[in-house]
Design a protein. Structure first.
Length: 188
């Protein structure tokens, strides 16, 4: 385990500081969005998910979803209240790793990133599944339950839906890649 106790280089530490900055900046950009297009909405309707809020034509989408018996999209349903604190904590751990410059701590940080990312994807999938499969039987329009995709295309009635990653997610992915570079750079 001699390699994991070795100090990271100054350049690697600077990469981790850059990673910290990218994580913090990601809080100000959308992480995910859905775009709904239909003949009556050719310009599209959006649900844009930031780490701490929803934007877009939420009221219109919720009004339309009422007809198929879907629950309203809201910040509470997406559990966004705690996410900025988790992301802030991740940024703080990344900065601490940059300051301590220990490879063993970097390995732990990478593990936290992987586990946190996996849990985030699972949480989003679970929320989307809940929205699409818990349709009210009293809804005016009856349809089979469905699960909107995290990424990709979906058709529900006459709506074409595209789910996309936002710039915030790409910034976090770039931050993660910057964490991996020191493992290669300081591998001796």
């Amino acid at each position: 385990m001699k390699g994991t106790t070795k100090k990271l280089s100054v350049v690697s530490s600077l990469l981790l500081v850059t990673s910290t900055i990218l994580i913090v900046i990601s809080l100000f950009f959308p992480w995910w969005k859905m775009v709904f297009v239909a003949p009556q909405y050719p310009e599209g309707l959006n649900i844009i998910v930031y780490p701490n809020k929803l934007e877009g034509e939420i009221d219109i989408v919720n009004g339309l979803n009422h007809y198929i018996g879907m629950a309203n999209f809201s910040e509470k349903n997406f559990q966004l209240a705690y996410l900025p604190y988790l992301v802030g904590g991740l940024a703080a751990l990344t900065l601490l790793t940059a300051l301590l410059r220990k490879k063993s701590i970097l390995f732990g940080l990478i593990g936290i990133f992987v586990i946190g990312g996996g849990l985030g994807v699972y949480d989003l999938h679970h929320a989307l599944k809940k929205f699409g499969t818990n349709l009210s039987p009293e809804a005016p329009i009856k349809m089979d339950p469905f699960v909107p995709p995290i990424l990709g295309h979906n058709t529900v009635a006459n709506f074409q839906t595209n789910s996309l990653l936002g710039l915030g997610t790409y910034l976090v992915i770039a931050a993660f890649i910057l964490l991996l570079i020191p493992l290669w750079k300081d591998r001796k």
